[in-house]
Design a protein around this ligand. Structure first.
Ligand SMILES: CC(=O)SCCNC(=O)CCNC(=O)[C@H](O)C(C)(C)COP(=O)(O)OP(=O)(O)OC[C@H]1O[C@@H](n2cnc3c(N)ncnc32)[C@H](O)[C@@H]1OP(=O)(O)O
Ligand SMILES: CC(=O)C(=O)O
Length: 528
């Protein structure tokens, strides 16, 4: 099996994305996870750029990585000075990385416009910057910036720049689609020509401006390229870099090329989510291979078929990349969705049971009113339990009142809720404040119930989403509230719909509390 080396630039090009910034501590943690995944090269940053990147290279030396090599990034020397006087090249060597990668100009237009030097001077910049680095660091890679655009504009000159890097004995020459506009069919023809003229091992670095970064990387490998650069989740300048979360499984599972082990591949989804978390971004649920929806089935026809054989609607087994099959319930559902969901919740159901059809009709009718169960699986489970008669009533709400008051125009509004509940034969009447009416109602409900069910103290309200649903024929517009709650072990979503936002929130809060009580080992056991 051929070996393709992976070069991750999440910590450098990834941080060039709008909204993405990592602390040194984050970078160190990500480097460890990339190492565990089996990434061979980790580009940590540009030490000539800022003190944070200098600190990263200092700190990473104290860390023990199992196999990955650390690369420092920078540019060729500035014009009119020798390499030994160039601050950027000096800091690259001082960072003492395993690899230095420098980028240089390939496109004559850039040489004239961005560097404002002659084409000949640019060749000297490339040659003597690489020559200076060789011998001072263990490995030197050359990123041929704008290679494909440069080749299209002036192929002879573009190849000359690669030859300058080859003469200086660069260990790998990386062809970059810097502006991300190259089409796969163009890239293939260009690489074929390069391979006739350049014998140094080649790498690929693509951007996603025309949504072709992954396709271009895979075509490049097909053409004999041995190093693939990219980032986790495709983070990167403008529309991003080639997404390693898609490239890695494609290399291994579609092209049969060894790059990481099977066990490492199973860590892919966890790494993707870890990097989103440290970047403080919500994961893209529709992301190929690793997203929540990547193997989520909604249409009844699909669910029926995957239950007979998963390959009918899955291009590979999700477990291979650490993901899993999910069955969604919606108004596109058929009986198969309900049965699959019931199995997930360990509820016994029979496809011929009239209850299955009753639940299905119920869901369709509720979705028509604005309910949505895709993000509210806890409400769905309670709905099934109610239909099957296995739902337990832990408490009843006699009534509640919410007051939202602003006593002076300069004062913050004040929210208070009172609630009366009944548990067994006991009535509890409590009041609580909150930073808004829903928060006050949540506090009052839990204050009243915690006395009977102390396990509710573990529940936290994690997310609250409100959506105004347009009015239907003859109906007023309504509000859908989705609440995400969690405890030490898990998270669950609940939903409420009403013309009144407090009532919709109340329904979702009640479901959240009921779900927690059901999932606690035994309803009676939590009742003191
Ligand atoms: C394709 C890529 O992604 S390349 C990486 C891009 N990433 C970044 O730019 C992030 C980090 N960059 C930085 O921190 C800063 O740009 C620095 C510290 C590197 C340089 O800062 P400054 O000296 O202020 O320069 P500035 O940011 O304006 O960049 C333009 C300079 O870079 C020079 N330059 C650009 N590319 C190259 C190159 N390949 N080789 C040598 N010099 C280059 C330009 O000639 C220009 O120099 P001049 O000001 O002497 O005319
Ligand atoms: C080197 C690099 O980041 C690019 O050409 O896009």
């Amino acid at each position: 099996m051929n070996l393709v080396k992976l070069y991750d630039t999440t910590l450098r090009d990834g941080t060039q994305a709008e909204d993405i910034s990592f602390l040194v501590e984050d970078k160190l943690r990500i480097a460890h996870r990339l190492d565990e995944l089996g990434i061979q090269y980790i580009e940590g940053g540009w030490p000539g750029s800022n003190p944070k990147d200098v600190a990263f290279f200092k700190d990473i030396k104290k860390e023990k990585l199992s196999q990955a090599k650390i690369a420092a990034f920078g540019s060729t020397r500035r014009a009119k000075i020798t390499p030994d006087k160039d601050h950027n090249l000096k800091t690259l060597v001082q960072a003492e990385p395993d690899v230095v990668t420098i980028f240089g100009k390939t496109w004559d237009f850039h040489v004239h416009e961005a560097l404002r030097i002659s084409l000949e001077e640019n060749l000297e910049l490339i040659f003597d910057s690489l020559e200076y680095l060789k011998g001072r660091v263990p490995e030197v890679f050359y990123d041929a910036e704008h290679f494909f655009d440069g080749y299209k504009a002036n192929p002879e000159y573009a190849i000359k720049t690669l030859k300058a890097a080859e003469e200086a004995k660069a260990d790998c020459i990386v062809l970059c689609d810097t502006n991300g506009g190259t089409m796969p069919f163009e890239l293939v023809e260009i690489i074929k020509d390069v391979r006739k003229q350049i014998k140094t091992p080649l790498g690929i670095h693509t951007h996603n401006d025309s949504e072709c970064a992954v396709a271009n990387s895979l075509h490049a490998v097909d053409q004999g390229i041995v190093q693939v650069q990219g980032t986790i989740n495709g983070f990167g300048e403008r529309c991003g870099n080639a997404n390693l979360c898609s490239i890695i499984p494609a290399l291994k599972l579609k092209m049969g090329l060894e790059c990481i082990s099977d066990d490492q591949l199973k860590k892919l989804r966890a790494l993707s989510r870890f990097v989103y978390e440290l970047a403080n971004l919500s994961p893209n649920k529709h992301q190929a291979y690793v997203g929540n929806s990547a193997f989520a089935h909604k249409g009844g026809v699909h669910v029926s078929a995957i239950q007979r054989h998963p390959e009918t609607y899955e291009h590979l087994r999700p477990e291979l990349v650490g993901n899993m099959t999910r069955v969604l319930v919606s108004d596109l559902s058929g009986r198969s969705n309900i049965l699959a969901k019931a199995e997930e919740f360990n509820i016994n159901m029979d496809s011929k049971d009239p209850v299955t059809l009753e639940i299905l009709d119920n869901i369709k009718e509720m979705e028509n009113r604005g309910y949505q169960f895709e993000g509210a699986e806890a409400s769905f489970e309670l709905l099934m339990k109610r239909a099957l008669g296995t739902h337990r009533k832990f408490f009843s709400v006699i009534g509640f009142r919410v007051i939202d008051e602003k006593r002076h125009e300069d004062q913050k509004p004040f929210s208070e809720a009172t609630i009366m509940i009944k548990v067994g034969g006991k009535v509890e009447h409590t009041a609580a404040e909150g930073n808004g009416p829903v928060n006050a109602l949540d506090n009052a409900l839990r204050k009243a119930l915690e006395k009977f069910y102390p396990k509710l103290k573990e529940v936290k309200l994690l997310d609250y989403k409100v959506r105004v649903l347009p009015a239907g024929q003859g109906t007023a517009s309504s509000i859908r509230v989705l609440i995400e709650s969690g405890d030490k072990e898990s998270r669950w979503g609940t939903v409420g719909v009403s013309e009144n936002i407090i009532d919709a929130s109340y329904q979702a809060l009640i479901d959240s509390v009921e779900y927690k009580l059901h999932k606690s080992e035994d309803g009676e056991a939590v009742l003191k």
